[in-house]
Design a protein around this ligand. Structure first.
Ligand code: NAD
Length: 438
């Protein structure tokens, strides 16, 4: 199959590379000339484990290429995937569809022979029909079709998720489009995974409903963690006891500083707007958004309490700024709320992150960057564990405590325990949803 992938971000690049690894001929298109130049040099513009090797292998095999020019990539393709961003529109929480529609217009000009235009971006209900209308202004009926194929990969584990998905969702209207989509995903059939064919509206809804459900699960356990702190329960034990129930499951039950990232915040907001637009208020989703904001604010209060009521003059070392480990993505990361509050409150802030510095430098002004947690801890009053990178999971806590001016830890990912901290010489240890040790 010949595939054009429009957009080479986290989703487009991973999808394009993986499709080429299936054996398809893939041209990845991006309008950002710097990105394309990097890709042509064999450099991966994002950090995603394993992507560099897989990309190099498929470029070498002649199945994968990169270009800024959309028209030649689209002409003659069996399928064109739209994988451009759908960020939150400023002001109203809606998904900004301008990139999707602009791509659809450009694609319409370039189509040549029957092609399925597939939306992989996360888009509100009704968008695929609008994409159809846009293309139909230029192309004759029957010369193209649309399909909705939302993506569920997780950054940091994206290749494995793409190659071994729990399911693939495909919204189609015609047998012809269904056949093309079946051919594209056929190489995965060997692994016996379910492909869920639906109508366009259901496919669009599945993506938002799935993300909102996961965000709800995280927010639920975060709220229970707040209760645990008051009643003297331990959220880790509570999560374990709940998660072993097969109806609940143990995933997404880890208490922390509130969800962030490129998807949950924007997708929950967009879903809430969709509900309002259709006069079906989605009260659970709306509450999840509000409670998650509250969680981030609570983390700042916790840190302030640990600092004796003020950040002024304190030296704070923050481990982890990306929204989760194994990615360089900083979009809506809790660090973007917490670090400015520390800096604004008069703290001297040092940051360490294995991959976050490149993005983080522009987003988090007024801080110092260190490469090593022990260097960051030198002379510090508080160590904040904000992203659970493997590098921060097995610290020599005695050494960390020994470096600090006041050995205090805020473990916002519950990696260590009060006993570990006390034994290492910390005078204070706070975490989320478990008894503090001070
Ligand atoms: P991204 O911002 O990382 O990448 C988007 C890319 O599209 C950019 O490189 C941009 O230059 C390019 N682009 C925009 N308009 C273009 C055009 N007209 N022609 C060519 N290139 C164009 O975005 P992302 O994180 O990959 O997300 C893409 C979509 O996938 C979003 O709708 C998102 O919600 C969804 N999604 C993301 C994830 C994730 O983990 N990041 C997971 C599932 C779904």
């Amino acid at each position: 199959m010949k595939i054009a992938m429009i957009g080479t971000g986290y989703v487009g690049l991973v999808s394009g590379v993986c499709f080429s690894d299936f054996g398809h001929e893939v041209v990845c298109v991006d309008k950002n000339p710097e990105k394309v130049a990097q890709l042509k040099r064999g450099e991966v513009p994002i950090y995603e484990p394993g992507l560099d090797v897989l990309m190099a292998r498929n470029v070498a095999a002649g199945r994968l290429s990169f270009t800024e020019k959309l028209a030649p990539a689209v002409a003659g393709a069996d399928a064109v995937f739209i994988a451009v961003g759908t960020p939150t529109r400023r002001g109203d929480g809606h998904a900004d569809l301008s990139y999707v529609f602009a791509a659809a217009e450009e694609i319409a000009e370039a189509l040549d022979g029957f092609t399925v235009v597939v939306t992989k971006s996360t888009v509100p209900v009704g968008t695929n029909r609008k994409v159809y209308e846009i293309i139909a202004r230029t192309c004759a009926e029957g010369s193209f079709d649309v399909a909705s194929n939302p993506e569920f990969l997780r950054e940091g584990a994206a290749i494995d998720d793409f190659m071994r998905p729990d399911r693939v969702v495909v919204g189609v209207e015609t047998d012809r489009a269904r056949e093309v989509m079946g051919d594209i995903y056929r190489p995965l059939f060997l692994r016996d995974f379910p492909i869920v064919y639906t109508d366009l509206e259901s496919a669009e809804t599945i993506k938002y409903a799935a993300n909102a459900f996961l965000a709800t699960k995280i927010t639920f356990i975060n709220e229970i963690a707040m209760l645990c702190e008051r009643v003297g329960a331990d959220i880790k034990a509570v999560s374990k006891g709940m998660g072993l129930d097969g109806r609940i499951g143990n995933k997404f039950l880890h208490a922390g500083p509130g969800y962030g990232g490129s998807c949950f915040p924007k997708d929950t907001k967009a879903l809430a707007r969709i509900g309002q637009d259709f006069a079906v208020p989605l009260q659970i989703t709306e509450t999840v958004i509000a409670v998650n904001e509250e969680m981030k604010r609570r983390m700042i209060e916790k840190l302030k309490d640990l600092c004796g009521g003020s950040f002024n003059g304190k030296v704070v070392a923050v481990l982890g700024v990306t929204f989760k480990p194994n990615t360089d993505d900083m979009r809506e990361a809790p660090s973007l709320t917490i670090v400015p509050a520390l800096v604004g409150g008069g703290a001297e802030v040092r940051l360490v992150d294995p991959q976050g510095r490149r993005e983080g430098e522009a987003l988090l002004p007024g801080v110092a960057w260190e490469d090593d947690p022990y260097a960051a801890a030198k002379g510090a009053d508080v160590l904040v564990l904000l992203t659970e990178w493997n590098e921060f999971r097995a610290l020599d806590l005695s050494r960390v405590a020994g470096e600090m001016r006041t050995a205090q830890m805020a473990d916002l990912r519950n990696i260590y325990s009060a006993e570990d901290a006390r034994a290492a010489g910390f005078e204070a240890y706070i975490c989320v949803g478990r008894p503090d040790a001070t």
